[in-house]
Unconditional design. Structure first.
Length: 439
């Protein structure tokens, strides 16, 4: 049996420059699963020029992508169904998980809405004929009724509560690693070791993944994974790397044990940490740096406690300058994440600008608060949305009417980014980009 595994990426403002370009780690997991079933899989990802192999007719096509690519996924399903009518079309992944009803279309056969990879395993075995009955948990199945119309057998929700047994196949990582980047950092491989997030920030899609059930990291496994991949940097994409002091101690112990057994691993991790952790566990930052923590991505979101409370962020804005200072002291690089709301006025923009300048933050992203399809926030404001185009839900567009005139809002939003041009890292990145274009 042969299958295609495809990541569909929509062209957005973000993809114009691709400041962060990484392999699709989800396809590495799907490929490992196919290997286990002795299924030959072909990875397709336009970003890296990986196109459909010539002369192969797949028995199944597996499609995945984020919210912004929803229409492209549906379009591609239609095209694949026309070109390979005998192939089963399967969709799944983070966006499908909470939006399964949007994918129950005629050109799609299976809509997988679970983090549990054994669901896909069953589906593939079913398609191959090894399974006569497909368990309904985690998957909606299209059935053709006697009159030729489509019926959907809806699968129950299926949540995982233990870490996945399957390790990603790193063929894709090795193939594209030389072309990956995180801004100025080149050769970056993704790693993952948690499922979901233990926090409950109001605006966030991630807290809903896996039915809101959070599965903790195994740091021994994480480090084993990191060491298996040749890359200058490893970006740990877990929503929080260390959620508590105990997590940090567990990670440090796993690192120490590895060093004793196999020698110093010498790794450079980019990972998400919360500002409250950084301040509270400041005495561990030096050790964490020595044990591979090179850069942290911190979701500050806002600079005032009223907004943070509305977001249920559970952090204190008064701690933020300290958190930034502590990272600087320990030579841990920072990417700061901020959110601006459509109801921002001039004063709010200028407050954020002042915060960025006075704390000398030079690498940051600013997102426009965007309700993501599949969340309660999205439902609550759906009648106020000014667009339904999924591409616009990329955090760089207004999908709700702003308080300020739109042009003024965008002008202020983009001018907040200007300071980044002064950043050494951003200038290095732009220089690298220019050299790539020239060569
Ligand atoms: C790293 C990252 C990126 C990377 C790309 C990484 C990649 N893998 O390609 C970059 C920086 C490029 C990126 C860009 C964007 N991202 Co992003 N990103 C992430 C992040 C932090 C981690 C994703 C990841 O790589 N996880 C590792 C993989 C292995 O885990 P996974 O995707 O969950 O896959 C597992 C399961 O879901 C399952 N699975 C996955 N696919 C499939 C398919 C099938 C068929 C099956 C059965 C199972 C399955 O198996 C995997 C193994 O367990 C998430 C946050 C998060 N918590 O997930 C946001 C996140 C995925 N991004 C998000 C968004 C919105 C974007 C952007 C659209 C906007 C933006 N400005 O960030 C752009 C899109 C650019 C584009 N053109 O596509 C949203 C998606 C929301 C949604 N409903 O889709 C998330 C959830 C963050 C958020 N703010 O809510 N992103
Ligand atoms: S914003 Fe970060 S900490 Fe909050 S729920 Fe989302 S991933 Fe977790």
């Amino acid at each position: 049996m042969k299958i295609f595994l495809k990541k569909i990426r929509s062209r957005t403002l973000f993809s114009l420059l691709d400041p962060v370009r990484v392999e699709s780690l989800e396809l590495c997991y799907l490929q490992a699963l196919s290997d286990n079933l002795s299924i030959e899989s072909f990875v397709i990802d336009d970003l890296f020029g990986l196109t459909e192999p010539q002369g192969i007719r797949p028995q199944a096509v597996v499609l995945t992508g984020y919210n912004t690519a929803e229409r492209e996924i549906l379009k591609e399903a239609e095209v694949y169904k026309k070109v390979y009518p005998e192939a089963k079309i399967i969709v799944g992944g983070l966006h499908v998980e909470l939006n399964r009803e949007s994918f129950r279309r005629h050109d799609i056969d299976f809509v997988i809405h679970s983090q549990d990879l054994s669901v896909l395993e069953n589906v593939l075995q079913f398609v191959r004929g090894d399974l006569l009955e497909l368990p309904s948990a985690g998957v909606d199945i299209r059935i053709v009724a006697e009159d030729g119309s489509d019926l959907w057998r809806e699968g129950t929700r299926s949540v995982v509560d233990t870490p996945p047994m399957i390790r990603p196949n790193r063929k894709l990582t090795s193939l594209v690693c030389d072309r990956t980047r995180y801004l100025d950092k080149k050769t970056v491989a993704l790693v993952k070791s948690r499922i979901g997030c233990p926090y409950q920030c109001d605006f966030c899609y991630c807290k809903l993944i896996n039915g809101g059930v959070h599965v903790k990291s195994d740091y021994h496994e994480l480090l084993r994974d990191v060491l298996e991949i040749r890359a200058n940097y490893h970006w740990l994409v877990d929503d929080v790397f260390l959620a508590s002091r105990q997590d940090a101690l567990d990670y440090l112990q796993a690192y120490e044990e590895l060093t004793k057994a196999e020698g110093e691993p010498r790794i450079s991790l980019i990972a998400y940490l919360r500002a409250d952790f950084i301040v509270k566990e400041r005495d561990l930052l030096g050790k964490l740096k020595a044990c591979g923590l090179d850069e942290v991505i911190v979701g500050f979101e806002a600079t005032g406690n009223c907004e943070l409370e509305e977001y249920n962020k559970q952090t204190n804005a008064l701690d933020y300058p300290k958190a930034i200072e502590l990272l600087r002291e320990h030579d841990i690089e920072l990417t700061a994440l901020f959110i601006v709301r459509p109801d921002y006025g001039l004063g709010d923009f200028s407050k954020l600008n002042r915060f960025i300048v006075s704390n000398r933050i030079d690498t940051y992203t600013i997102s426009i608060l965007t309700p993501i399809k599949g969340t309660k926030n999205y439902q609550d404001v759906s009648s106020q949305l000014v667009t339904n185009d999924p591409k616009k839900f990329d955090f760089l567009h207004l999908v709700l009417e702003p308080r300020l005139p739109r042009t003024v809002f965008y002008l202020l939003f983009y001018s907040l980014h200007l300071r980044m041009l002064k950043s050494r890292r951003i200038r290095t990145y732009l220089w690298q980009l220019l050299s790539e274009v020239k060569s």
